[in-house]
Design a protein around this ligand. Structure first.
Ligand SMILES: [Zn+2]
Length: 400
């Protein structure tokens, strides 16, 4: 019986068969040569044979297939160990004692003990926020602030002013520098109107001051590499680029991804006494081999995981090995403050779950897998590494 069916099947796909569709189905089909892609509107149904659907295809915005996979599922609402969110962006939460207290309730539900505000604030704003935090009965030890550096107008006299402001911000309570935004490199101009390169020597006094004051430098450079690519059917960030036109970086208006990476790496390499934390795994989460080489070459470099969970969770074995190997240099951070999104991170880091949803369709059209980190690694990623490189964070009371 099965042999008979197999024979029929072979007949159906015999080479040279022009029309593969079931008789009467009426769908269009065509053959292609080896290595060719099917024409638009068709998909390869057998080797080198393309066929068009008999129904109008849904748009990628609307197509949301329900997975029929039945597999063990272990959602994790609270982190297994208390976490430091090194890439926090609380804004309205830092406006009043009541909103700060409410932030504490939200963090408790996630087991985030400390949030580091990486909002690039400085001067009076930083003083105001630190005053509010210190006055809070419940939150005085749970929010810390990174100092912002204003990179606009770099020219003669800039560095002296910037270093003096940084020292004042540290005196006011700042625990590090950041988040240095992607504007540095992409768009920030010098006083003379030229693009401020990330590796401009005029910035060296800032990196020196960070080393002298023992401040980690949290830096976000560039964006996912696909943002520089043509927005076509092969771009895995098509939907995001279509939703957010500001994320496109046409070559005639912006430096290339590789130019920005080179400038960033020059800074990391030329300032070995400065501790850097590259945000978003340096946008190399899709190429952990490249990130490994970077971290091997530059022991002063640490990496933060915010907003690249889609790349970690799509390569669970490689990501597990990467986290184990660099367990002393990876920091938890979330970026955009959406309490309901943190549990996806816990699930990816702590479980062996297969094939589960990510929280943003427009980042990734694929599913995630747990990378099952050992407890010792989780503790370092969740809080140990942030504490070690940020001496001004409260060091006591963590589950060592
Ligand atoms: Zn950020």
């Amino acid at each position: 019986m099965s042999r008979h069916l197999a024979a029929v099947f072979v007949l159906l796909i015999a080479p040279g068969t022009a029309l593969l569709a079931q008789p009467g189905s009426g769908n269009r089909s065509t053959s292609i040569r080896a290595g060719e892609a099917c024409p638009a509107g068709m998909t390869e149904v057998r080797p080198q044979n393309c066929q068009a659907p008999t129904l109008p295809p849904p748009s990628i915005v609307d197509y949301r297939p329900r997975s029929t996979l039945v597999a063990p599922a272990h959602p994790v609402s609270k982190a297994k160990f208390p976490a430091i969110d090194f890439h926090g962006h609380p804004y309205s939460q830092l406006n009043s004692d009541a909103s700060l207290t409410e932030l504490g309730t939200q963090l408790d539900a996630l087991n985030v003990r400390v949030i580091v505000a990486a909002n690039n604030v400085s001067g009076p704003d930083l003083v105001r926020q630190m005053t509010l935090i210190r006055a809070s009965a419940t939150m005085k030890d749970r929010v810390r602030i990174l100092a912002g550096v204003n990179f606009s107008g770099v020219g003669p006299g800039w560095a002296e002013k910037a270093v003096a402001q940084l020292e004042a911000d540290v005196a006011a309570g700042a625990v590090g520098i950041g988040e240095i935004g992607k504007g540095l490199g992409l768009s920030t101009r010098k006083a003379d109107g030229s693009r401020l390169q990330i590796d401009d020597p005029a910035l060296t006094p800032i990196w020196d001051a960070a080393a002298r004051l023992k401040l980690p430098v949290f830096i976000h450079t560039a964006d996912p590499q696909e943002f520089w690519q043509p927005i076509d059917n092969t771009n895995e960030r098509w939907l995001e680029l279509a939703l957010f036109p500001g994320r496109r970086y046409p070559a005639d208006q912006f430096p290339s991804f590789e130019t920005l990476m080179t400038e960033r790496d020059n800074v990391l390499r030329r300032n070995p006494k400065t501790t850097f934390v590259v945000a978003h795994l340096g946008w190399h989460a899709n190429d952990l081999g490249r990130l490994s080489r970077m971290m091997d070459a530059m022991p002063n470099v640490h990496a933060e995981v915010g907003a690249v969970l889609y790349d970690i969770g799509r390569q669970p074995r490689a990501a597990h090995d990467f986290f184990v190997r660099y367990q002393d240099r990876i920091l938890f951070g979330k970026d955009s403050f959406q309490p309901e999104e943190y549990p996806y991170y816990w699930r990816v880091f702590e479980t062996r779950d297969d094939y589960f949803d990510y929280y943003r369709d427009y980042h990734a059209s694929w599913k995630l897998y747990g990378i099952d980190l050992p407890d010792a690694v989780l503790k370092k990623v969740y809080f140990g590494n942030a504490l070690r490189i940020t001496s001004r964070l409260l060091q006591g009371g963590w589950p060592r």
